[in-house]
Design a protein around this ligand. Structure first.
Ligand SMILES: Cc1cc2nc3c(=O)[nH]c(=O)nc-3n(C[C@H](O)[C@H](O)[C@H](O)COP(=O)(O)O)c2cc1C
Length: 362
């Protein structure tokens, strides 16, 4: 009997101990973008990385939270709508506009784009966002509708302007772009985000206006490809230059300045190469990040490493959710009033010798 009691006590203690051993909690990487629940904040940005089902599946298997399918360009639309030999002049102008942005865009036409996108959407469980890049009002509206009909979860509109004439004012360009947003809003029911170039006179003002017009997401920023010149051949050449980690400073800055001021979600894009880069922009206030060059450089499987690094950092810091540290270092939340101001830049210039001695020149 005594033995039985001891035995029972031992079992009881053992069970109690088991119950009190707490499993190490895995941080929750979930985030909400455009009203969609993403399992984590790493979005594969628009590019040919997700051009077909096989490639898009690889991204999904690597763990990304969502993908933005490569853009449908006005050029593809025009190819289907114009007989090139009948309207060469009109086409040349549009072509120049497009080519200055993404020189290697595919010329497969809008129908084939819509077909491939629908296949990718059907094959993936994670959200798929379509991207649109037009010039004319009628194309924006019509193709926003057609992209939405593929069943995609949201739409990303690319706003940029590569001015060729001096007559158009910044105000006119911005007015036209706001109008595009309004018209597309009337044409589709899915959430809309805007991917912007950083080249506005005051990006903060324009972003605020887009937010007030109801843009649900703002992707800061797009990267425009600039043509180079080959001095031997004496001709223009177009080549992709992938970003580096240093390129994320502009997204980091504007995310930090805007966090807490908008209804729209802020997505940091451009130069997000590591888990640490993603963490920085979330500390500044980003909802999620988009990455492209890092996945081209290292292969799409590298997304898994980026996510593991975010997870490890959160575990080490004791953060259970992204919300616990999102925006902690935004302009609104930090004590240092100069962190986002120009004075810091002045300080760097005035002390450049000391700073460079410590870093580059060492
Ligand atoms: C090969 C390639 C294709 C791209 N295609 C598109 C595109 O179709 N639409 C778009 O909005 N951006 C496109 N981009 C731009 C990326 O989405 C992204 O904005 C840019 O590369 C900056 O992000 P990153 O620093 O992570 O590369 C492309 C970029 C690359 C390198």
């Amino acid at each position: 009997m005594i033995v039985n009691c001891r035995h029972a006590l031992a079992i009881y203690r053992n069970q109690k101990e088991k119950r009190t051993i707490k499993p190490v909690p895995m941080s929750d990487l979930k985030t909400n973008y455009l009203g969609l629940e993403l399992k984590n904040p790493l979005i594969a940005g628009a590019s040919s990385l997700s051009k077909d089902v096989a490639n898009a599946k690889k991204l999904e298997d690597a763990g990304v939270g969502a993908i933005v399918y490569k853009s449908l360009f006005e050029e593809q639309i025009q190819l289907e709508e114009f007989e090139l030999d009948q309207d060469l002049t009109a086409y040349d102008d549009r072509h120049a506009e497009m080519i200055s942005l993404f020189p290697n865009i595919e010329h497969s036409g809008a129908k084939s784009h819509l077909h491939d996108l629908q296949k990718v959407k059907e094959a993936l469980e994670i959200p798929v966002i379509a991207s649109l890049n037009c010039v004319y009002d009628v194309s924006w509206e019509e193709y926003a509708k057609q992209l939405a009909q593929t069943g995609v979860d949201a739409l990303e509109l690319n706003f940029y302007s590569t001015p060729k004439y001096h007559l158009k004012t910044a105000e006119e360009i911005e007015h036209e772009q706001i109008q595009v947003l309004k018209n597309v809003q009337k044409s589709v029911r899915i959430p809309i985000s805007i991917k912007l170039s950083p080249h506005y006179t005051n990006p903060l003002n324009f972003i605020k206006r887009l937010d007030e017009e109801g843009a649900q997401g703002l992707v800061l920023f797009n990267k425009l490809f600039q043509p180079d010149i080959d001095i031997e051949k004496e001709e223009n050449e177009f080549s992709y230059i992938l970003s580096t980690e240093y390129d994320n400073r502009i997204a980091l800055r504007y995310t930090g300045l805007l966090a807490g001021q908008l209804n729209a979600d802020i997505i940091a894009s451009g130069g997000i190469h590591t888990g640490a880069d993603a963490i920085k922009t979330i500390l500044a206030g980003a909802t999620a990040v988009q990455s492209v060059s890092a996945l081209y450089n290292n292969g799409v499987e590298y997304a898994t490493t980026m996510l593991a690094d975010i997870q490890a950092w959160m575990n080490r810091k004791g953060y259970n959710t992204l919300d616990e540290f999102r925006g902690k270092l935004s302009a609104q939340n930090i004590k240092d009033p100069f962190a986002y101001k120009r004075s810091q830049y002045v300080d760097i210039l005035l002390n450049s010798k000391e700073i460079l001695d410590k870093t580059v020149l060492r």
